[in-house]
Design a protein around this ligand. Sequence first.
Ligand code: SF4
Length: 180
Amino acid sequence: MYPDKVFYEPVALTYELGKFLKSKFENVPWIPVESHNSIEQLQKNPNKEFPRMKRYLIIGVRKSLKYTPNNKISDFLVPYTSSGCSAMCLYCYLVCNYNKCSYLRLFVNREQMMDKLIKTANRSDRDIVFEIGSNSDLVLENTVTGNLEWTIENFSKSKKGFLTFPTKFDMIDPLLPVDH
Ligand code: SF4
């Protein structure tokens, strides 16, 4: 069963999602780390550890919430609730960017991210589109966190704006009844 181990920033356990994950995965080892960005014991691993490391889950707080103008399929690329991924497609660009550390990292401060999305959407004089899935596959992440139901239901309260996220997975049953 995924994950084999959890590496976590202790502050993450003060958030609602952090507490949920702690109780969901209480039967695997939890190892405290200073920063989700730099886990020395994993960085030192040889490349051949890559498949094993994909089975680790990293939990922390996302500090940079800076949006990047996109102007292609959306107005902005938005750093959202995860980066990296627990899958292991051999052509994945994440492997090029993160090398052996392309494991799934979850960020528990989703309320702060949602607040920024809604405020930015409502400040605009038109409906703008936020791409929230450019750092990870959120449908796959959702099987661990339930974040997509939470996200869609909360963003549906915004008077303006749209969210978009691409996926290659089909675990969408929990999303179909959601008020969007
Ligand atoms: S599902 Fe997407 S993000 Fe995950 S390993 Fe495959 S290509 Fe990479």
